[in-house]
Design a protein around this ligand. Structure first.
Ligand SMILES: Nc1ncnc2c1ncn2[C@@H]1O[C@H](COP(=O)(O)OP(=O)(O)OP(=O)(O)O)[C@@H](O)[C@H]1O
Ligand SMILES: [Mg+2]
Length: 457
């Protein structure tokens, strides 16, 4: 009998080598190589035969471009993250920490589509059909068009898809699905890669949208090779803090829409409920009139969200001062503190600084700089800014307040929520019509902004 060859595959990046190595030469991660059996040449041949389509090159002008209508669910937040609905034939990966609610979300989506008289196949590799039914009962999911299949063998799955011919398929999760021809364990790089490419073929050839659940590793990336993220059409992350009931669905990659979109849900006993006005929720528990608290209008994709920024500045008791940031880039805090020290003259070097975005959201755009800087100064001086102020602006190293994008949307959202005054970059004052129910103040420097908000000099 011919000796079976083995190879070592990096579980992070998919790099292959004939010998074991401690460190991957491609992605530089340690201890990621796992021994896998090489697929025999005959099985490899069958892959090729299966995936080989007989398509010919076509002129781009001759290709019909009429877009198939997207399928929309009753959850506008979900539709928006996907770029306006589910694209037929797309393969979408949803990742998230254990227990965050991936199965719940997809079961709810399945149920809504089933109610639209679409045949939906929900394949669970992790739970039995009865367990899925228990969850469905809790979520109030009942529809004759929703089929549940507890299976892990991809061949069974593709046969069932062939027979049922559903209009929407969910695979929960890709790490439990295996192909018999691939000898390594389910969840390994080769299995995940082969299964995904087969699912891709099914989705594209039949025009069925397939949603795949993927587990997320400790480091926050989807378990399995990064390759997986390249193969699928869209990657969504479902995230949230364990102690909060809010869950955020975020697009990381999308071939059919913007990736900055975010959908906000609340986890309830009866399932996930959409949060239509996130600003209200984020500001609900705000402590008005406290030093160190300001509100910023930040863009999350195409939507402005108002969020509270809190800072606590207290004298360092020993050693190096601490600089902590939650929800914003932690490098911004020392930078803005250095600007405040040098340009405004605040003596911050012996102060500990803690900066936090309330509500567990993450903000990563420069337009929040001004609010962070004013929060820090407000806590340091123990002076309160007006609770109906909203701050928008990027801060440069010379202390200048720089122009930001989409100022009109941000200010409109603030006005809608009853804010009385917007402090914005002076360079942003022209070129748009200001709403008349909010006072607009343009500032050129951080110093000016502090004067306007905290008074003094
Ligand atoms: N009776 C309940 N009331 C309220 N929330 C519940 C209830 N049962 C479950 N949940 C919520 O649902 C979550 C589990 O959801 P779900 O099984 O969809 O997560 P998942 O992301 O699919 O997890 P896994 O990675 O284990 O598959 C729990 O963490 C909990 O927050
Ligand atoms: Mg699950």
């Amino acid at each position: 009998m011919a000796k079976r060859k083995t190879k070592y595959v990096c579980q992070e990046c998919g790099y292959e080598t004939p010998k074991w190595m401690g460190k991957c030469p491609s992605c530089h991660n340690w201890n990621t190589f796992v021994e896998e059996m090489e697929a025999s040449s005959s099985s490899r041949h069958t892959f090729q035969v299966q995936s080989g389509t007989k398509s010919k090159p076509e002129k781009i002008t001759a290709i019909q471009s009429e877009e198939e209508p997207r399928v929309t669910t009753k959850m506008p937040e979900f539709n928006r993250v996907l770029g306006g609905g589910i694209v037929p034939g797309s393969l979408v990966l949803i990742g998230g920490d254990p227990g965050i609610g991936k199965s719940t979300l997809l079961l709810q989506v399945s149920s809504q589509l089933a109610r639209k008289q679409m045949n939906v196949l929900y394949i669970s590799g992790e739970e039995s059909a009865r367990q899925t039914k228990l969850r469905a009962d809790r979520l109030g999911v009942t529809s004759d068009n929703l089929y549940v299949l507890a299976a892990t063998n991809l061949l069974d799955i593709s046969n069932q898809i062939e027979q049922l011919n559903p209009s929407f398929v969910v695979i929960d999760s890709i790490q439990t699905i295996y192909r018999e021809e691939v000898t390594s364990a389910p969840g390994s790089v080769s299995q995940v890669r082969e299964c995904t490419s087969e699912l891709m073929r099914i989705a594209k050839s039949k025009g069925i949208p397939i949603f795949i659940v993927g587990h997320v590793t400790k480091e926050g990336s989807i378990a399995g090779p990064r390759l997986l993220e390249h193969m699928v059409d869209a990657v969504l992350y479902f995230e949230g803090e364990r102690h909060h009931t809010f869950r955020i669905l975020r697009g990381v990659k999308n071939r059919f829409g913007s990736t900055n979109e975010m959908g906000i849900f609340e986890m309830k006993e009866e399932g996930l409920r959409e949060v239509n006005n996130p600003s209200e929720i984020f500001l609900e528990e705000r402590s008005q009139g406290a030093a160190g608290s300001t509100v910023v209008a930040s863009m999350e994709g195409s939507r402005p969200v108002l969020v509270e920024i809190q800072a606590l500045i207290s004298p360092t008791s020993f050693g190096n001062p601490r600089r902590m940031a939650t929800g914003i880039d932690h490098n911004r805090v020392p930078l803005l503190m250095a600007v405040l020290e040098k340009r405004v003259g605040l003596m911050l070097q012996n102060q500990d600084a803690y900066v936090k975005v309330a509500g567990g959201v993450k903000l990563d755009e420069p337009a929040i700089d001004l609010a962070v800087a004013v929060s820090i100064a407000s806590s340091f001086r123990d002076q309160v800014s007006r609770p109906d102020d909203v701050l928008i602006g990027e801060v440069g190293l010379t202390g200048e307040v720089r122009r930001v994008a989409r100022i009109d949307q941000r200010v409109q959202e603030a006005a809608k929520l009853g804010f009385q005054r917007a402090i914005i970059p002076a360079k942003n004052l022209d070129g748009w019509t200001t709403p008349n129910n909010i006072e607009i103040v343009g500032v050129n420097t951080v110093q000016e902004a502090l004067k306007v908000t905290l008074g003094g000099n």
